[in-house]
Design a protein around this ligand. Structure first.
Ligand SMILES: NC(=O)c1ccc[n+]([C@@H]2O[C@H](COP(=O)([O-])OP(=O)(O)OC[C@H]3O[C@@H](n4cnc5c(N)ncnc54)[C@H](OP(=O)(O)O)[C@@H]3O)[C@@H](O)[C@H]2O)c1
Length: 344
């Protein structure tokens, strides 16, 4: 172990109040960790970037504990086992876990938000974090279980050029929706949403009147609104729901997930009463025992060409904070990843 390279990592230095920057983290170089009995040593290959990571930096009660000052920043990731004192893993295994913003991790396979798992044979490391990772699974369970699309539905999806939204809209189409409308920022993203992801239309919320465009594209109202953004767009969408609409509360990225105070909730909420609508939140981890079912379904649709997905890959450990910020600045198209190292 002595001739092993050093490990570099980003540790939380101070808690951000607003947007995250590199000032909130410290780049630290340490000796490679000594493997304890039952642990595996993982060389990190790719990191996943998820809006929820910004929420993990707030010192508040949530679905997982906050990252503590001085801790390596938590992140879902894929890596390769390079040493093992766990009989379930051998060197060379491709594994998925919460290895964090670092080059190497010595971990027990049961620790982290999710237990460490081998990446199924044939799945490339980036796909394990994108279409078959948290965002693809969120799109699946959010749309299928909460949205419950039926033949002929009109479906509206915000964050439609993002990792979750782009897949959610395509699943609605597979399940029989006849009119799938996306909302995304900018003409380039809207072009991709329609021409690559196959949505019927896409509203550019930065340059168009969202309420007027929804009225034009969905004159009979919205049956499912898959909400990735919250805020003003949620307020507009609620005003446009059809009878018995389902609102999938997936995320609220427009809040920035910061500790800054937020405006009051949507003024159009009472339309849920008039239209007998249902609005339901969910956390994808609640479906962990059904992930395999979703991965098989997604894999089938990908191989049949019914789902396309995009990956946006940054590089360099030191660029992690600015890569996380990209999600909130709308710079990513599809799943935001960062490459730490190549697969050997
Ligand atoms: N419930 C769960 O278990 C669960 C799990 C995973 C993700 N999520 C949520 O799902 C949502 C999407 O996550 P993702 O990982 O797939 O990210 P993503 O959609 O790939 O990236 C985030 C996108 O959000 C959009 N955005 C940023 N600020 C915005 C604002 N102020 N108003 C409107 N849009 C804004 C940007 O696209 P534009 O350029 O189009 O603005 C950006 O590209 C997030 O809200 C996330 O928290 C929930």
């Amino acid at each position: 172990m002595n001739n092993m390279p050093k490990n570099r990592m980003l540790k939380l230095k101070t808690r951000p109040v607003g947007a995250v920057t590199s000032d909130h983290f410290e780049l630290v170089e340490e000796q490679m960790p000594e493997l304890q009995e039952g642990q595996i040593l993982v060389k990190v290959l790719y990191l996943s970037f998820d809006p929820t990571q910004r929420g993990w930096l707030n010192d508040v009660k949530s679905y997982v504990p906050p990252v503590q000052i001085g801790e390596v920043m938590r992140a879902s990731s894929v890596g390769q086992v390079i040493d093992s004192k766990d009989s379930n893993f051998v060197s060379g295994d491709l594994v998925q876990g919460t290895f964090g913003w670092q080059e190497y991790a010595a971990v027990n396979s049961s620790t982290g938000i999710m237990p460490i798992q081998k990446v199924p044979e044939g799945i490339p490391p980036t796909s394990a974090l994108s279409i078959y990772g948290i965002t693809g699974l969120t799109a699946f369970f959010g749309m299928v279980e909460i949205g419950q699309p039926v033949e002929g539905d009109t479906v509206l999806v915000s964050g439609a050029a993002g990792a979750t939204g782009s897949v959610a809209g395509q699943i609605a189409r597979i399940k029989g929706a006849k009119n799938v409308i996306g909302i995304a920022g900018g003409a380039e993203k809207c072009n991709w949403v329609v021409n690559e992801a196959g949505f019927d239309s896409c509203i550019d919320y930065r340059n168009e009147d969202v309420a007027a465009r929804i009225a034009e594209l969905a004159p009979k109202g919205i049956d499912i609104y898959f909400d990735n953004v919250g805020g003003n767009i949620l307020e507009i969408a609620l005003a446009a729901i059809a009878q018995n609409a389902r609102i999938v509360m997936c995320g609220a990225i427009s809040s920035g997930y910061t500790m800054e105070s937020l405006p009051p909730g949507p003024s159009t909420l009472t339309n849920l009463i008039i239209q007998r609508g249902r609005m339901e939140g969910f956390i994808v981890l609640d479906y962990a025992d059904r992930f395999l079912e979703a991965i098989i379904a997604l894999g089938t649709w990908v191989s049949e060409g019914k789902i396309v997905y995009q990956e946006d890959i940054a590089e360099g450990l030191e660029n992690c904070p600015s890569t996380l910020a990209r999600l909130f600045e709308g710079k990513n198209l599809g799943k935001q990843l960062l490459k730490i190292s190549d697969l050997k």
